[in-house]
Design a protein around this ligand. Structure first.
Ligand code: HEM
Ligand code: NAG
Ligand code: NAG
Length: 318
């Protein structure tokens, strides 16, 4: 049987409190399939070695899953009779990626476990963790035992995932509506220490904003003209394949790529300026706090017990 034993005493107090509330635990698959986590890690490491950006894409999938009706694997569902899925929602369309790697993971895990025991929602949480580690970030514990939704919502994806045009107070209230706080907002935005964004996500910032480094803007304008080139890519920080503090350091110098990134640091005038400076100078604090905030994000309304299902194929309900 998959389940949580009570060998959780070794956990951080915070983790314990979260775990008991959401009924997730670190050892959920330890008895039913001890091969599961190593199998996932192997596929993630191979995928990231093939293409470092995939680590960023897998991290983002978990975020976009959790922010829409909880971490329930809904983002992975293709459109089906009865609902239009989340893949074509504005924040996801032509943007989220990694679905093939998730399929690859699911197949590897079903094989390693001789059956369908690991949920797609848990696969996203584990793949995000392994991706961060593969790009030089902190190892951290994930809690497990989520089950998969049978449905997805295009509207909820459009409404619940924050867009890059949001100002600081909009970002903060979006995070609060997900049970996350100011510190989580800053720390989790640090996920932008890896990966890329399309011109269409940052064009207005290059041409219309003042809280931006002029040299930085002028270089990027070459790759992101006022019209055309919508899908041209730029790095979210100076080291897009390394999980470091370059993201925060960039913000200090007006080199946040997205409007929403730079909202977190406003040259001494912003509410979270102090946190950005702090993380920029303290990589280990960023790592430790990232682990805690990821745990919180991973605990957003999971389906547990006999709610939901373990999907056989992450793209469709059983
Ligand atoms: C705070 C609000 C956030 C906003 C407004 C936001 C917005 C965006 C946008 C617009 C992109 C580029 C999409 C594109 O152009 O195709 C992006 C990429 C990314 N985001 Fe966020 N994001 C936020 C928070 C987060 C969080 C919490 C995480 C994870 C902890 C995250 C992880 C990523 C990653 C890793 C990428 C790069 C993906 C890739 O290269 O495939 N973001 N985000
Ligand atoms: C942020 O955006 C909202 C919605 O457009 C607006 O009402 C609010 O005044 C803005 N806040 C700041 C500080 O600009
Ligand atoms: C910049 O602002 C102007 C005036 O508000 C607007 O017309 C334009 O669409 C914005 N974006 C760009 C890329 O110029």
């Amino acid at each position: 049987m998959a389940g949580c034993s009570f060998s959780m005493l070794v956990l951080l107090i915070a983790a314990l409190a979260l775990a008991s509330r959401a009924q997730l635990c670190p050892d959920f698959y330890d008895h039913v399939c001890p091969e599961a986590l190593p199998a996932i890690k192997a596929v993630v490491e191979r995928a990231v070695a093939r293409e470092p950006r995939m680590g960023a894409s897998l991290l983002r999938l978990h975020f976009h899953d959790c922010f829409v009706n909880g971490c329930d694997g809904s983002i992975l569902l293709d459109d089906a009779p009865g609902f239009t899925g989340e893949k074509t929602a504005k924040p996801n369309l032509n943007s989220v990626r990694g679905f093939d790697v998730v399929d690859e993971i699911k197949n590897a895990v079903n094989e390693a476990c001789h059956g369908n025991v690991v949920s797609c929602a848990d696969i996203l949480a584990i793949a995000a963790r392994d991706s961060v580690a593969a790009l030089g970030g902190p190892p951290y514990m994930v809690l497990l035992g989520r089950r998969d939704s049978r449905t997805a919502s295009l509207n909820d994806a459009n409404n619940d995932i924050p867009p890059p045009v949001f100002n600081f107070s909009q970002l903060l209230s979006n995070f609060r509506s997900h049970g996350l706080d100011l510190k989580d907002l800053v720390v989790l935005s640090g996920g932008h220490t890896i990966g890329l964004a399309r011109c269409t996500s940052f064009r207005d910032r290059l041409y219309n904003e003042t809280n931006i480094d002029r040299g930085f803007a002028s270089i990027l304008r070459n790759y992101c003209p006022t019209s055309g080139g919508d899908d041209n890519l730029a790095s979210l920080d100076a080291t897009p394949a390394r999980f470091d503090t370059a993201y925060f350091n960039g913000l200090l110098h007006g080199r946040g790529l997205l409007h929403s990134d730079q909202q977190l640091f406003k040259r001494g005038q912003g509410v979270s300026d102090g946190l950005v400076s702090f993380y920029s100078a303290n990589p280990y604090a960023f790592w430790a706090d990232f682990a805690v905030s990821m745990l919180k994000m991973g605990n957003i309304s999971p389906l547990t017990g006999n709610r939901g299902e373990i999907r056989m194929n992450c793209r469709k309900a059983n």
